[in-house]
Design a protein around this ligand. Structure first.
Ligand SMILES: [Zn+2]
Length: 110
């Protein structure tokens, strides 16, 4: 069980962490970029899609996100990165079509 055993994003995925910061700064989201070094992965997405490497940095909501929710889509060189922001805090990082990240995520969160 990995519950209650979060992994620092910057340790588990140093390159992704850097990439997220750069892309957020480029988007003018410097406040979100500043949160990236402090993020810890709590759990990965369990949807089972073989292209999904989404992970949660805030506890997963029971249902849908509430009114304080917005998405920030980034434009990475490879794959897709979409952040779920709840009340101005990064809650979830949707990582799609990034095999190298998915492989590592499955090892860290079996
Ligand atoms: Zn998923």
């Amino acid at each position: 069980m990995n519950q209650g055993n979060p992994k620092a994003l910057v340790d588990a995925f140093p390159l992704l962490s850097e990439e997220l910061q750069q892309l957020l700064v480029q988007k003018g989201e410097s406040e979100l970029a500043a949160q990236v070094p402090g993020l810890a992965i709590l759990e990965r997405c369990r949807c089972g899609d073989d292209f999904c490497a989404t992970f949660y940095v805030q506890p997963k909501p029971k249902g849908a996100y509430g009114p304080g929710h917005r998405n920030v889509s980034l434009e990475p060189q490879q794959g897709m990165l979409i952040l779920d922001i709840v009340d101005d805090k990064i809650a979830c990082v949707e990582v799609l079509y990034r095999d190298e990240i998915r492989r590592k995520l499955l090892v860290e969160f079996p």
